[in-house]
Design a protein around this ligand. Structure first.
Ligand code: ADP
Length: 741
């Protein structure tokens, strides 16, 4: 990881100096006017009007119980504090950020001696489009743009299914001066805001929905653990931010054997584990154990699906209390992948001073679990209107406090950004499978975006750990309070309002259909190659000042494709998913049938005399059967993506025995993609290739965060990347002989 930070820093420095150079050349990027896209050179689109990105410090803050006035800047001390923090908090320093904003998304360079302005627009697909235009034409276009913008109808939002996010959504729409349809609308709306799932409103054929199909399923604890574990197998070091986890009851044996071995090897090791029911939320059903024998396993159909996870014993404490971070992340699009992180988040505090787990305190939920829904019932819970005290605080107030103690906040932010991008990369492949099933290409349908709630714990050594990702983070801006003995009422929560209204409003701004989508010349799900320049910002997302009044600058910061260069090499499973989707065949399917699997093998020329089609069938049956057992509630028969990935790893291991798992997978991907050719619909091989990003052989690493002895022994890991992986763990011996032929 340290290499990564150095790289990020160097790039930022380079870009910063580029900004300074540009300034020296007399370029004032804030003065520049927009250029229309090359596809429509003569019709200026008001959406391309660039409102100069202002410094983060202009973010409006308000305090107290009163509702915020749209666009009103409150320059009180708390606002100052937060602005300071957001500049701390950003990976980009305030100074660099300013320069980068000046550089902006569009660049203007004076061509010496010609008097002409050479203007370029950096598309989010990485293309830098040069456009020559005289200053007068630009000015005319700007005026035309403003006129058009004034005439444009307001964006329409269907809020009929918004449920608990309604209050914050209403405020956001009001601030934007958009039009709300609280009871829905016969005609299509631009945006549909759902409280729970993509399917809250059926039959949407256009516009944008704030949920992705499959997100709920994908982020359930077991699925999420599986997705991250697959990435841990490929990239153990990069994915060491997720505690070691086992899926129950399926992996009970592995869990208890591993823990017994660890304890036998070193009697001083005394790990603790946290057990979380699969569908649970708000701390429901969670408990801590110190030994596998303490698991409350029930037999047969009673057996509860859950995840047991290494418990982080040394969290960072503030005021002797454990706390976690709720970070809001916007997945703006899957294809191309676009991720934004809210600069402001929440921190939720425990209400009983923390002690390392012991047999005595294991059941003290107010000490170990940071869930608001639990702690709010503790007598010690402090409701506070201040953002920096109480049991729920803004993230910036906590970071500010840490910074005052000398903590390197930029580093913490940088680690958090990396964690978010890597987690998204882990879940995106399966999301794409869900997406194509619900909205097959060619069929009319909406596009999707979604706000996710990342729960992150900081360890004592400041390393962020991912606890879980919520597909439906609470967007409530009021909280339940006991106003009289035994009488509970919902009262406004200024801290929640401060953070959540900003997140919803700015998500809407980013999704404003009046703005041109970045032009993607061809599908490049993998983004940019190493060595290509990272675009610093997406296109200007602001409407004209006439329309929006004085809204604060966006509280959402683009991190992908911004940091594509650093993370693109991790997107291997997405390439496997692209193959999978290609062979799914019938639209709407999510699972491969045996014939489709055979077709995949044949088309990619993976069978030979040593691996006959009969072996292929056995492999299919074996893996599919095992996975259908692991996912008892799965409705469709056949091979799902996770099973296909397992099969792919197996095939890669067979074919490229001498390599480490990661290289095996890359090699097989390249082989398959080469067979399918450029027309395949599989992402651009060149841009997706990760071979240059694999400088090191996989070391014998630990997956474990706090207790290296808990991780798989190195020989086991090596074995896991070979044929052994499939057969030793999953198959009866007789079958193995058949498959290996
Ligand atoms: P839920 O969806 O029920 O809230 P979480 O995974 O968020 O489940 O866990 C609930 C709480 O338990 C977290 O907010 C955190 O305080 C604590 N917790 C969860 N996992 C761990 C862990 N691995 N180590 C330490 N504390 C944890």
């Amino acid at each position: 990881m340290s290499d990564h930070y150095v790289k990020v820093k160097v790039q930022l420095e380079q870009m910063k100096s580029f900004g300074e150079d540009a300034e020296k050349q007399g370029v004032d990027a804030e003065e520049q006017v927009p250029v229309s896209s090359p596809s429509a050179p003569d019709s200026p689109d008001p959406s391309s009007i660039t409102i100069p990105a202002t410094d983060a410090s202009s973010t409006s803050k308000h305090k107290g119980k009163s509702r915020s006035k749209p666009g009103k800047d409150d320059k009180n001390s708390s606002g100052k504090q937060i602005s300071d923090l957001s500049s701390h908090g950003s990976v980009v320093s305030a100074h660099a950020e300013k320069n980068l904003n000046k550089l902006g998304y569009e660049r203007t360079l004076q061509v010496k001696g010609t008097g002409k302005i050479l203007q370029g627009k950096l598309e989010t697909n990485g293309n830098y489009v040069n456009i020559h235009a005289s200053k007068n034409i630009q000015e005319t276009r700007r005026e035309d743009g403003f006129k058009l913008a004034r005439k444009r109808r307001p964006v329409t939002v269907d809020t009929s299914k918004a449920k608990t996010s309604l209050e914050a959504l209403k405020l956001s729409i009001k601030q934007l001066k958009w039009k709300e349809f609280p009871l829905g609308r016969r005609a299509a709306c631009d945006i549909y805001w759902h409280g729970v799932s993509f399917h809250d409103n059926e039959n949407i054929v256009s516009g944008q929905v704030n949920k992705f199909p499959g997100m709920i399923e994908m982020l359930r604890k077991i699925n999420m653990s599986r997705a991250v574990r697959t990435m841990q197998e490929l990239f153990p070091e990069e994915y060491d931010f997720y505690p070691r986890s086992w899926i129950l009851p399926e992996e009970y044996q592995q869990f208890s054997t591993q823990i017994r071995m660890v304890k036998e090897n070193d009697a001083t090791v005394n790990p603790t584990f946290i057990v979380k029911p699969d569908g649970g939320s708000q701390g429901d059903g969670i408990y801590l154990i110190r030994d596998p024998s303490d698991l409350k396993l029930m037999a047969g159909s009673q057996a509860k699906q859950s995840v047991v996870q290494e418990y982080i014993q040394k969290p960072l404490l503030i005021d002797k209390l454990k706390f976690d971070i709720r970070l809001y992340v916007l997945i703006k699009s899957l294809e191309p992948l676009e991720i934004y992180i809210a600069k402001e988040g929440l921190t939720r505090f425990c209400t009983e001073p923390y002690q390392e787990p012991s047999q005595k305190n294991l059941s003290h939920v107010f000490m170990h679990l940071t869930n608001y829904s639990l702690n709010v019932h503790s007598g010690n819970f402090v409701h506070s209107d201040s953002q920096s005290t109480g049991s729920k605080r803004t993230l910036s107030s906590v970071l500010y406090r840490l910074a005052a103690k000398g903590v390197d906040i930029k580093r913490v932010w940088s680690d958090i950004i990396a964690l978010v991008i890597k987690t998204a990369i882990a879940v995106v492949p399966e999301l794409k499978v869900f997406y194509q099933a619900d909205i097959p290409p060619g069929k009319p349908g909406p596009t999707c975006f979604q706000i996710l709630g990342f729960d992150i714990l900081l360890m004592k050594n400041l390393k962020p750990v991912l606890l879980e990702v919520n597909s439906n983070p609470s967007m409530r801006i009021e909280h339940e309070q006991e106003v009289a003995p035994g009488v509970f009422e919902y009262v406004p929560s200024p801290v929640d309002e401060e953070v959540k209204v900003g997140v919803i409003r700015d998500t809407l701004r980013l999704m404003d259909p009046g703005h041109k989508k970045p032009i993607i010349s061809h599908t490049r799900a993998g983004g940019f190659e190493h060595g290509e320049e990272i675009p610093m910002e997406a296109e200007s997302q602001e409407r004209s000042p006439d329309e929006i009044g004085s809204l604060p600058s966006l509280c959402l910061k683009q991190v992908y494709p911004k940091y594509t260069k650093q993370f693109n090499y991790l997107r291997l499973v997405e390439r496997i998913a692209a193959l999978f989707i290609r062979f799914l065949g019938v639209k709407g399917n999510m699972r491969l049938g045996p014939t489709a699997f055979r077709t995949f093998i044949r088309t990619c020329k993976l069978s030979n005399s040593n691996f006959t089609m009969a072996s292929v069938d056995i492999l299919y049956i074996d893996i599919t059967r095992r996975w259908s057992g692991a996912m008892p509630d799965s409705r469709e028969a056949g091979m799902g993506l996770q099973a296909f990935v397992e099969a792919f790893f197996y095939l890669a291991g067979r074919r490229f025995k001498s390599l480490a798992l990661r290289e095996q997978v890359v090699s097989l991907l390249e082989l398959c993609e080469a067979q399918l050719g450029p027309q395949s619909g599989v992402e651009d091989r060149r841009s997706l290739s990760c071979s240059r990003a694999l400088p090191r052989a996989i070391k014998a690493q630990t997956l474990c965060l706090t207790n290296p002895q808990l991780s798989s022994p190195a020989p086991l890991r090596r074995a896991a990347s070979q044929d052994y992986r499939l057969h030793q763990r999953l198959k009866p011996r007789t079958l193995r002989a058949n498959v290996e032929n």
